[in-house]
Ligand binder design. Structure first.
Ligand code: NDP
Ligand code: 8X3
Length: 253
């Protein structure tokens, strides 16, 4: 019997790769994102290649009413959700607090903290329908250490770290597994979004070393999701070989 995996932010990067990895196993998917055309095209691709059932939900995680309406619209055959992957997120801007833009702070706080909470709150009743419910939050090494010009993004990922711990405690009696996967640098659209569309500057972030790929993250999320029922990875920090933590990189340039 296929499982149903709900993945927020599946129009690019980690979310897309995670969806593909589970589709390979024949699991059914609920994929979300704001870019409707991309989302629909990706769903068609998954259906065609992997012959899985895919439901698309097009909403902004920052808008509570949109989140609730989208999740309320889930049809019966998708109403048992086995795994929720809270992946949708972003960094917006990279500057010191004194030079920072409050609009950027709002976007990050609303997406990475409030969005994750809204989605989790709305999906939980459907997770309870599963005999193996599991929440996987995508945190970051930015949630473990703070670095120059990372301030508010790091704060939001520290919040994901805290919320993951809190969920594990609060949901203990409900038998819901809670895992945080905390990656370091991986090349996706992340830096382009962070640098407000400056692709050349984004490319430079990954120069001189081999960053992780979205597929690397998907591999580990899939591993955490396919362990025996009694075994829960609480927290996992992932980096490429060239990265020791947020501050130390072995760059060959
Ligand atoms: P991408 O920019 O490639 O993907 C981000 C995804 O999040 C997109 O699908 C985007 O969809 C979705 N998203 C962003 N904002 C919203 C929103 N308001 N409502 C709904 N969906 C939204 O980046 P990554 O794949 O790299 O990032 C995925 C997660 O991993 C994020 O939480 C990020 O913080 C985290 N991360 C990334 C790392 C990296 O180095 N790449 C390292 C550690 C963690 P759409 O725009 O269509 O809405
Ligand atoms: C993204 C990784 O190093 O840009 O969460 O903070 S980093």
């Amino acid at each position: 019997m296929p499982k149903t995996i709900f993945i927020s932010g599946a129009t690019s990067g980690f979310g897309k790769a995670i969806a593909e990895r589970f589709a390979k196993d024949g699991e059914n998917l609920i994929i979300t994102g704001r870019r409707k055309e991309r989302l629909e095209a990706f769903a068609q691709e998954l259906i065609k290649i992997f012959h899985v059932k895919v439901l698309t939900l097009n909403f902004d995680v920052r808008v509570e009413q949109e989140v609730n309406a989208a999740i309320k619209s889930i049809p019966k055959d998708f109403q048992t959700i086995d795994i929720l992957v809270n992946n949708a997120g972003l960094a917006s801007g990279m500057s010191t607090i004194q030079d920072g833009k409050t609009e950027d702070w709002d976007v990050m706080i609303d997406t990475n903290i409030k969005g994750l909470l809204y989605v989790t709150h709305a999906v939980l009743p459907l997770l309870y329908n599963s005999s193996t419910p599991h929440i996987i939050n995508i945190g970051s090494t930015a949630g473990k250490e703070v670095y120059l010009k990372g301030n508010v993004y790091c704060a939001t990922k520290h919040a994901v770290d805290a919320i993951s711990k809190a969920l594990r405690i609060d949901l203990l009696e409900k038998g819901v597994k809670v895992t945080q996967i905390a990656p370091g640098a991986a090349e996706t659209e992340f830096s382009i979004v962070r640098l407000h569309g400056d692709k050349d500057a984004a490319k430079k972030i990954y120069e001189g070393y081999q960053p992780m790929t979205a597929q690397d993250i998907a591999l580990v999320v899939h591993f955490a999701a396919t362990l025996p029922k009694n075994l829960c990875i609480n927290d996992m920090v992932l980096t490429s070989l060239a990265q020791a933590n947020n501050l130390y990189f072995n760059r060959k340039i």
